[in-house]
Design a protein. Sequence first.
Length: 224
Amino acid sequence: MIFITPLKNQFNDENSCRHFFESVIWVDGRKCPHCQCNKSYLLKGASVRSGTYEGARCKRQFTVTTKTPMHSTKLSFWKWLQAIAYLMTDQHMSFRKIAKNYAGHSTVNHLRKEYCLGDTHTNTAESFSAMLERTKLGVFHYMSNKHLSRYLNEMGFRWDHRIPEIKITKNGKKKKYMQPMPFMARLISLLSRCAGRQVRRTRNCGITSFENCSFGSLQPYFCS
């Protein structure tokens, strides 16, 4: 994979990976996920996992993965980085359709055959809809009503983490293309939203997710 070598050069051991996760998830400083206390102590010892802390108030132990989608993980941080890199890069071919970056709240009347009045049109909404349909066919294959909000959440995250790039067409005209943000920028943005969100196995081997209300207002995965 194209991003693995640069990642390996930047995070050459497990400790450097862990420090990266801590700096992104605890961007405002280490906080106990159990009691939200800002004071905690690093635990040390032969039987203690690296990066284990104890909350000063509740006396409960935690790591940077506690009460995140990586809660109770047995995988190394390097494995998590690889998995995230795969999910955020290998599927790009499903999202590379051209989409102009228009804004505004004016209207056009299709019944009068008005489809574009200057910068006013429905191309952006139609482009997102088309991207969602292509992703359904090429990546997800099936989207249940129960988990539809999660699929839309992922698509919204990808949509909001793009940057415009101007290219010259064969006719010599400038055209704006939307490209994914650099991988590290998307990775940091994603991990900064992890605190308070968990994914757990159910008794019938399914998957359920829930959010910890004690974290207050959680940052959305994409801009609303």
